[in-house]
Design a protein around this ligand. Sequence first.
Ligand SMILES: Cc1cc2nc3c(=O)[nH]c(=O)nc-3n(C[C@H](O)[C@H](O)[C@H](O)COP(=O)(O)O)c2cc1C
Length: 199
Amino acid sequence: MARLILRFLACTLLTATAAGAASPVRILIAYHSRTGNTEKMAAAVREGAASVAGVEIVLRKVAEVTSDDIVKADGIVLGTPVEWGNLSAEAKRFLDRVGEALGKAGTTWGEGRTAAVFCTAGNPSNGQEMARMSAIAAFLGMRFAIVGGVNEDGFGSLGPQAVTGGKPPGVNDRDRAEARRFGERFARLTRQLRTTAAQ
Ligand SMILES: Cc1cc2nc3c(=O)[nH]c(=O)nc-3n(C[C@H](O)[C@H](O)[C@H](O)COP(=O)(O)O)c2cc1C
């Protein structure tokens, strides 16, 4: 009888371990967008991330992200418009909420998790670097590992961005392609980090 119970417990444990190993890598893409440009980039990031096997994506406006979304995420991507030379107040508030949620959940904060940033701006050289660097500094402070981008010219290291005030205005095909490429990279590297951490 005791042997039977032991065998049952061992089977249950093995099944649970296998299920854990197969659980999807969870990526949260949170964005703030007033006029739809950053939202378009977020959709393209999602497309790229979705091309990676074993990944589950949650795409939400920053105001709709729950603490549970934050705590469960293996990787967080934040999209922001540039406002007055920096990230928007709403995007900054989201960063505060990430800190609050992870701080309440335990002591390891963003350890073992990835983070990244993308932005859109009306004009070139008018705050894109500042916006992304500010958010990256906050994520680093919370111990996340930062994932940058690589665009088709081999640049874009701070993460994707689009200049939306051009002619025609808005997000163009090239911007979307960069965002998709970045989404794939982010998901692949997040999966890699989680797999390594589990070993
Ligand atoms: C209040 C406000 C401030 C802005 N400040 C800047 C700025 O400092 N630099 C810039 O390049 N664009 C600036 N813009 C333009 C937006 O960054 C740009 O239109 C962006 O693509 C908007 O994204 P969204 O459509 O996702 O809201 C500003 C827009 C607003 C509404």
